[in-house]
Design a binder for this molecule. Structure first.
Ligand SMILES: N[C@@H](CCC[C@H](N)C(=O)O)C(=O)O
Length: 271
């Protein structure tokens, strides 16, 4: 018998879901990299392993496409929630999902969208992101460091984000981000409407990053002297809504499961 998997996405940030309640799979970096490879594997930005620790809530064991482990994934947790509901492991409505960044209460809506209580978006400082290619090669963009459980540098800029080349990782201050960073470039479209592109740690440019959208809204509010507010964020893969409050932030957006299948065990064992 093969290894069950599902494929899903949240605003086109795509994931392989691996149901593994008892954590018996040996999910090595090499296996994650192969699974996420868009030619020799299934292809995805990351892997969501579904684990059930003793008596605790379902735990999202998140891995980036390069095999690295990250604390949190805002699009992934919505897809994870949708999987739990569709598999009959949780009911539509409110429940809690564990992550390395802590427990995240979610609300799974009847239309398939999910709202996640992301915890506080903490502004921890400022920094710059320097592009390494394209028309803005060598240009440093001012950014706000935001901790959303994982590290972000959100750069609000007047340069249209569509003009940026995010094909290579933006340079950043390693002293500020010793474990790497996700970098967002953000345009303000109007009051309460942002557009964002992102270069994700451990992945590259993705079509959306949920934690990144929370960081983008927190950075925009910070720049306008506000501590709380709401915004829609347009990303390459769609739109999400973010509410930032002093104590916490919420993220609402779609969560789609589109395929289910079995991984060949001989292939898995060969990795
Ligand atoms: N795409 C995710 C973030 C995934 C983790 C990130 N690449 C990191 O290393 O911190 C999201 O939707 O938040």
């Amino acid at each position: 018998m093969g290894i069950e998997f599902l494929k899903g996405h949240g605003t086109e940030n795509d994931f392989i879901v691996l149901p593994d309640p008892d954590a018996v799979l040996d999910l090595t970096e090499a296996r994650v990299r192969a699974l996420c490879d868009r030619r020799r594997g299934l292809g995805a930005d990351g892997v969501l392993r579904v684990v059930r620790p003793d008596r605790g809530p379902w735990f999202m064991d998140y891995r980036n496409a390069d095999g690295s482990i990250a604390e949190m994934c805002g699009n992934g947790v919505r897809v994870f929630a949708r999987y739990l509901v569709e598999a009959g492991l949780e009911h539509e409505g409110g429940f809690v999902i564990g992550s390395r960044a802590g427990e995240r209460p979610v609300l799974a809506h009847p239309d398939g969208s999910v709202t996640v209580d992301m915890g506080p978006a903490l502004v921890t400082g400022t920094g710059t992101a320097t592009l390494g290619s394209g028309a803005f090669d060598g240009v440093a963009f001012d950014g706000v460091a935001v901790d959303v459980g994982n590290p972000h540098l959100a750069c609000v800029t007047d340069v249209p984000v569509a003009e940026l080349d995010l094909g290579s990782p933006p340079g950043h201050d390693p002293a500020l981000f010793p474990h790497g960073v996700n970098v967002e470039f953000v345009n303000v479209l109007g009051d309460g409407a942002l557009r964002m592109r992102v270069h994700e740690r451990g992945v590259g440019e993705t079509r959306s990053c949920g934690t990144g959208t929370v960081a983008a809204v927190a950075a925009w509010l910070h720049g306008t002297g506000q501590q709380a507010g709401k915004a829609t964020v347009d990303v390459l893969g769609g739109q999400v809504t973010v509410v930032v409050e002093e104590e916490t932030a919420t993220l609402t957006g779609p969560a789609v499961l589109l395929a289910r299948g079995e991984l060949d065990r001989d292939w898995w064992n060969s990795l």
